[in-house]
Ligand binder design. Sequence first.
Ligand SMILES: [Zn+2]
Length: 270
Amino acid sequence: MNKKIKSIAAFSAAAIILTACGTVAFTGRKQVLLFSDSEIASLSEQSYTEFMQTAKESSDASQTAMLVNVGKRMTAALESYLSKTGQNNALMNLSWNFKLVESNEVNAFCMPSGKIVFYEGIMPIANTPDYIAVVMGHEMAHAIAKHGNERMSQQISLDMVGFVAGELIGAKKGETAQSLFDLGFNVGSQVGILLPYSRKHEYEADRIGLYIMAIAGYDIEAAPKFWEKMSAGNNASSNDFFSTHPCDAKRIEALKEALPEARKFIPAGR
Ligand SMILES: [Zn+2]
């Protein structure tokens, strides 16, 4: 590329970044989102459908019911809060769904489109509605904070000059979106793994998860307790929650520090 094209490209890159700025619900943090919500949602739905074709739904009706109840109560509370506070944008193209699948893995995930999956292996630790709400809130937070889109956008930003110089437009951009998505959310098979989020995203999801718990009337004190239980039983295998959710004293400390702020979200009269 000659110098002039390069500088035009750099200028356009800056313009795109400025116009593709989003704001994270609850925290107000600014983020760069280069993919549309519908683009991300369709990739998510595709990957989720593939996953559910290979996964087996749990036959434990009572655990499944507990999970679905917590999920519905949390999403209802979250949606009403976001709409009251003018933050509906965080819910764009989200359609929530909660599944418990057969697997000994201590794990759970949420697709960016709102499809939340718990593995049976996490249930002995998440054995009360409050503990389920800890995991659920954290996973829902990744979705409403659009961490998947942001992570994919960060990858694109690294090659921004090429991107705006027209090398990655149209079909090419779709291909790029697909491969970046696959890198982050390879859940196409039961042994699929999710690329860990950055520490920044993990801490933000913990914090927002607490707020959602508070809004929905769950016991936020259960959050640090849950992570303490998790880290006590940490026999990390490569596919479990610890590979995507590093759980250490610093993280539990940060959760405890966020409790007073989270208490402000508890509805009056509770
Ligand atoms: Zn996470």
